[in-house]
Ligand binder design. Structure first.
Ligand code: CU
Length: 403
């Protein structure tokens, strides 16, 4: 039987988005946060829902009065952690969505494996669109929509009704290898640690021990701590020998959210530049999250390094990326609706002050629709700029950063 959340009544009164439910457990898990400023200009009608899409949101979105609250992983109860991990494992048992379409065509993306799951489909979409949703105006925007769709999939297919978790990695910036995020090895409620060196760093602890994934080849989930993720010749020498934990300290997040006022491009670029906070988390965690194949991978299959969503911690990582953006948006009215970005990555990827740091022409604008591969629900950038408006209805338990 489906257990309805405590706010189902509010939803029935069209006060919130039923699709994005809020926690079932008692306690102060949600707040009435202040909605952001109104959009700067008319942005037209909602996109029509796609009846063939796997994930559905309510159109037109109801007013968001009572937002669901995203909570840091370690602040969840054990019951909530168990439920979320169980729902992810459930999604990995939901069959591949037959209407998944190869529309992104990023070079190196593997072919669709129809003997897979809806969880694998999410990983595949990320590989298919890799070149369009990184280092472009779709980085923060599309990933916000992508993780909202993943969250909705957990609720739609696996009856998840708890809070959406995020991973505040600033708390782990002192000693990443021995951080508390890796310390819980319980098979029901632990995220597990790093993998077993004797098994090519396959995860053998926590809920995702021996978790099977199919991209870019059939294997079990891997995590391999890599203190020097930029130690290869592709990177300028100054980045190669540095353990990049300094990029995601609380101080650094405060710097980011307090600067770049009104300048979406420079804010995103500081965050997404290859040696920045976003990439450092991927690289230090290594294995699947770092887009690294095992030495025993069959020859010729490892042509994409964009299968990072194989590791469910991806969605916690990107929820925190989203939280930092949302914190910046809330810092100043000039930030809230600020958007600028190209649809093609700038060629100057190692220029720390690249004025085209989030892409070049053809330009995206606030009405640009998201790429969906026939799985994600339709939406435009404008629909997701406000986490408490458009088609979204969530906030975070805190926008502050501390150890
Ligand atoms: Cu990505």
């Amino acid at each position: 039987m489906r257990v309805f959340p405590t706010t189902v009544l509010a939803c029935a009164l069209a006060l919130c988005t039923p699709a994005l439910t809020i926690p079932t457990l008692p306690g102060l898990r949600y707040t009435l946060a202040t909605p952001g400023p109104k959009p700067p200009a008319p942005i037209g009608k909602q996109p029509a829902p796609d009846p063939a899409a796997a994930i559905r949101f309510t159109y037109p979105a109801p007013q968001c009065a009572l937002a669901s609250v995203r909570i840091e992983w370690r602040s969840l109860t054990i019951v909530e952690r168990t439920a979320w991990l169980g729902a992810v494992k459930c999604l990995a048992k939901v069959p591949h969505w037959k209407n998944l379409q190869a529309l992104g065509k990023t070079a190196g993306a593997p072919p669709i494996n129809t003997n897979s799951s809806l969880f694998d489909d999410f990983s595949w979409i990320h590989q298919d669109y890799a070149s369009q949703v990184h280092l472009t105006g779709f980085f923060l925007t599309w990933h916000r929509w992508y993780i909202a769709n993943f969250d909705q999939a957990l609720r739609q297919y696996c009856h998840y009704a708890g809070p959406t978790p995020y991973w505040d990695w600033t708390k782990d910036s002192q000693d990443f290898q021995n951080a508390t995020i890796w310390a819980d090895t319980n098979p029901l409620w632990g995220l597990g640690g790093f993998g077993d060196p004797k098994k090519e760093y396959t995860l053998t602890t926590g809920a995702f021990a021996n978790f099977p994934v199919v991209y870019p080849y059939v294997h079990n989930l891997r995590r391999q701590y890599n203190p020097l993720p930029f130690n290869f010749t592709f990177f300028p020498a100054e980045y190669r020998t540095v353990v990049p934990t300094y990029t995601f300290t609380p101080k650094e997040m405060n710097y980011m959210t307090e600067n770049f006022t009104g300048n979406f491009t420079s804010f995103q670029h500081y965050f997404e530049k290859l040696w920045g906070a976003h990439g450092s988390i991927h690289g230090l965690t290594g294995g699947d999250l770092g887009g690294v194949c095992a030495p025993s991978a069959p020859t010729g299959v490892c042509t994409s390094n964009q299968f990072s969503p194989n590791d469910p911690i991806f969605f916690l990582h990107h929820a925190n990326v989203d939280r930092v953006w949302a914190a910046w948006q809330r810092q100043n009215k000039a930030n809230f609706w600020a958007f600028h970005g190209g649809s093609v990555a700038s060629p100057n990827i190692f220029d720390p002050n690249d004025p085209d740091g989030n892409g070049v022409a053809p330009w995206l604008n606030i009405s640009s629709p998201f790429p969906t591969d026939g799985i994600l629900a339709n939406a435009r950038i404008a629909d997701i700029m406000d986490t408490m408006g458009g088609v979204l209805c969530y906030t975070y338990d805190t926008y502050a950063f501390s150890l």
